[in-house]
Design a protein around this ligand. Structure first.
Ligand SMILES: *[C@@H]1O[C@H](CO)[C@@H](O)[C@H](O)[C@H]1NC(C)=O
Ligand SMILES: *[C@@H]1O[C@H](CO)[C@@H](O)[C@H](O)[C@H]1NC(C)=O
Ligand SMILES: *[C@@H]1O[C@H](CO)[C@@H](O)[C@H](O)[C@H]1NC(C)=O
Ligand SMILES: *[C@@H]1O[C@H](CO)[C@@H](O)[C@H](O)[C@H]1NC(C)=O
Ligand SMILES: *[C@@H]1O[C@H](CO)[C@@H](O)[C@H](O)[C@H]1NC(C)=O
Ligand SMILES: *[C@@H]1O[C@H](CO)[C@@H](O)[C@H](O)[C@H]1NC(C)=O
Ligand SMILES: [Ca+2]
Ligand SMILES: [Ca+2]
Length: 455
C-alpha cells in the first residue's frame, strides 16, 4: 500500500513538472473551419527572453497568474489579420525572436484565429471590432496593475492594423506606438477615421504600404506612411495570375518581410518624404535637411527615432524602392551627365558599376530623360548593391521610340555621387554611347565602358 501511494505521488509530481514546461501554441485551424466558420476566441500568448519559443497563455482577468508577465517592462502586441486558410502565420516565430533580440519586453501575440479564419471576410471584419473591445478590456486591466500606456507598442498586420487603431482610439491616442504593416483596404478604404486606423489613435503611428491596389489601404493612415516601391506592386512578385498562386498575396506579404528585415537590421532602407512616387523617382525629394542631423527617415522599427520631428508635421508620405529579395535595400546615387550631341536626345539609361569582382545595375526608365548639349542632366539611380570601390562605369542608352533609327549619345562627362556618403564621387570623361533600334532585333543598346579616374 505504501509503495502504491509513493508511486502515485511520483506520478503526480512528474505530471506537474511536465505541465510547468508545457508551452501554449497558436490556434491551428484548416480550410474546413474557415468554410464552416469559427466563433471568436481571443488567446493572448506571452513570449519573453526567458524562452523565445515557448508561449504562455495569459488569463484575461488575473494578470498575476503568469509571473513572467512583468508590467514594468514594455509590452509589444502583435496582431495578425485575416486568415482565410486557418493556418498559423509563418512569420510569427521570426517576429517574436527579432523583437526580443531588440529589447527586454513582453511580446504578446494576439491569436484571434478563431474569428479570423472564415471565408466570409465581412464576418471577420465584424470580429475585428470585437477583438479590439476584448483587447481594450485587457489593456485596462494592465493599467490597473501598473502598466503605462506609453510603454505599449501594437504591431498590426493587415486587418490587425485596424484592430490596433480601434484599441488606440479607446485610449484617446495615449498608447505609445502603433505600427501598421500593409493595413487592410477592403471594407476600410474611404471610411472616416473612427472606422479605421488614423494618426490620432496613438502617440506615434507608422505605416508601410505594399499592396494598396488590392489588399492594402491606399491613403496615408499614420504620422509617417512608407510606400514601398510606390505602395502598389512589389518587385519579384507575379504580375499575372498565370504566374502562380503568389499572385494573390505576394505584394501584401512583402510588407512583413520588409518589416522583419528592418528588425534584424539586414540593411537600412532610407525613405524620402515626397508628395508622389513619380516625384521621388525624378529625384525631386532627395533633400532631408529638415531631419538634420538624423537625415532621411529609415524605414521600419527604428523610425521611432524620428518621432519628434515627424509628429509636428502631422502626416508625411515617404518613398523608397527595394530589390526583389533580401537584402531589400538599394543604394542611391546622383548621376550627372553632360552630353554634346547637337540635337537634344531623349531616352532611357541603364548604368552598371563594376568594382573588379562584382557588377551592379540601375535602370532609369520610369520616364524618358532628356539630354541637351552642354547642360547637365541629373538623374536618381538606385543600384541593387553597394559596391565599395567602383573601378568602372558603363552606361547603356536606349531610344524612347524603338522604331526610330539608332543614334549615339555623346557623353562629355558623367559624375556619380553616393547619396549617403556624399564624399564618394566617381567621374568619367568623353565617350560615345550608341542607342540601337530595338525593333531591328539587334541588341537593345551598346554598352560603352568608361574608365574613370577614381579617388
Ligand atoms: C476576451 O476574450 C476571452 C476569450 O475569447 C474571454 O475569456 C474574455 O472574457 C474576454 N474579455 C472580455 C472583457 O470580454
Ligand atoms: C524553451 O521551451 C522549450 C519547450 O518547452 C524547451 O524545449 C527549451 O529547452 C526551452 N528553452 C530554454 C532556453 O529554456
Ligand atoms: C490569480 O492567480 C494567482 C496565481 O495563480 C492566484 O494566487 C490568485 O488567487 C488569482 N487571483 C484570482 C482573483 O483569481
Ligand atoms: C520586472 O522588470 C523590472 C525591469 O526590467 C525588473 O527590475 C524587475 O526585477 C522585474 N520583476 C520581476 C518580478 O522579475
Ligand atoms: C532578416 O530577416 C529577413 C526577412 O525575414 C531574412 O530574409 C534575413 O535572412 C534575416 N537576416 C538575418 C541576418 O537574420
Ligand atoms: C566589390 O564590392 C563588394 C560588395 O561591397 C565587396 O564584397 C567586394 O569585396 C568588392 N570587390 C573589390 C575587388 O573591391
Ligand atoms: Ca481611428
Ligand atoms: Ca498589388
Amino acid at each position: 500500500m505504501m509503495i502504491f501511494w509513493w508511486f502515485l505521488a511520483l506520478l503526480l509530481g512528474s505530471v506537474e513538472i511536465y505541465r510547468a514546461h508545457e508551452c501554449d501554441v497558436f490556434t491551428y485551424l484548416d480550410l474546413y473551419h474557415a468554410i464552416i466558420g469559427t466563433s471568436l476566441y481571443v488567446k493572448l500568448l506571452l513570449y519573453t527572453r526567458a524562452n523565445l519559443t515557448c508561449g504562455q497563455e495569459l488569463s484575461h482577468h488575473n494578470l498575476s497568474a503568469q509571473p513572467q508577465f512583468n508590467l514594468t517592462k514594455p509590452t509589444t502586441f502583435v496582431v495578425h489579420g485575416y486568415r482565410p486558410t486557418g493556418a498559423p502565420p509563418n512569420w510569427l516565430n521570426n517576429i517574436i525572436e527579432q523583437l526580443l533580440a531588440r529589447g527586454d519586453m513582453n511580446v504578446l501575440v494576439v491569436d484571434w484565429n478563431r474569428g479570423a479564419a472564415n471565408i466570409n471576410y465581412l464576418k471577420v471584419v465584424t470580429y475585428s471590432r470585437d477583438t479590439a473591445d476584448n483587447l481594450t478590456a485587457f489593456i485596462r486591466n494592465m493599467q490597473e496593475n501598473g502598466a503605462s500606456l506609453s510603454s505599449i507598442h501594437m504591431i498590426g498586420l493587415s486587418l490587425g492594423a485596424h484592430i490596433t487603431g480601434f484599441v488606440g482610439a479607446k485610449f484617446n491616442g495615449k498608447i505609445g506606438r502603433i505600427t501598421a504593416v500593409d493595413p487592410a483596404g477592403p471594407q476600410f478604404n474611404g471610411k472616416p477615421p473612427e472606422d479605421r486606423l488614423d494618426p490620432t489613435d496613438a502617440q506615434f503611428v507608422d505605416v508601410v504600404h505594399t499592396d494598396m491596389d488590392a489588399f492594402g489601404f491606399r491613403k496615408p493612415l499614420g504620422h509617417i506612411d512608407f510606400y514601398a516601391n510606390g505602395g502598389a506592386d512589389q518587385p519579384g512578385c507575379p504580375l499575372t495570375i498565370l504566374s502562380g498562386s503568389g499572385y494573390f498575396k505576394c505584394d501584401h506579404q512583402r510588407s512583413v518581410l520588409l518589416y522583419l528585415g528592418s528588425l534584424n537590421r539586414t540593411c537600412n532602407i532610407r525613405a524620402f518624404p515626397c508628395t508622389s512616387y513619380t516625384d521621388f523617382l525624378d529625384g525631386l525629394c532627395m533633400d532631408c535637411d529638415q531631419f538634420k542631423p538624423a537625415g532621411c527617415p529609415v524605414f521600419g522599427y527604428d523610425i521611432i527615432e524620428w518621432k519628434d520631428s515627424l509628429v509636428p508635421l502631422q502626416q508625411t508620405k515617404a518613398f523608397f524602392t527595394t530589390n526583389k529579395q533580401t537584402p531589400y535595400c538599394k543604394t542611391s546615387y546622383w548621376v550627372d551627365i553632360v552630353t554634346w550631341n547637337h540635337d537634344t536626345r531623349w531616352g532611357y539609361i541603364t548604368i552598371k558599376l563594376h568594382n573588379g569582382s562584382e557588377v551592379t545595375e540601375a535602370t532609369i526608365n520610369h520616364k524618358a530623360s532628356s539630354f541637351k548639349k552642354y547642360s547637365e542632366t541629373r538623374l536618381l539611380a538606385q543600384f541593387e548593391k553597394d559596391l565599395q570601390k567602383v573601378h568602372k562605369i558603363s552606361i547603356k542608352f536606349s531610344r524612347v521610340n524603338a522604331f526610330k533609327p539608332k543614334y549615339k549619345l555623346r557623353v562629355l562627362r558623367i559624375r556619380l555621387t553616393h547619396l549617403e556618403r556624399k564624399d564618394r564621387k566617381a567621374r568619367a570623361g568623353r565617350s560615345h554611347v550608341k542607342a540601337r533600334d530595338k525593333a531591328a532585333g539587334r541588341p537593345l543598346s551598346q554598352t560603352a565602358p568608361i574608365r574613370p579616374p577614381f579617388t
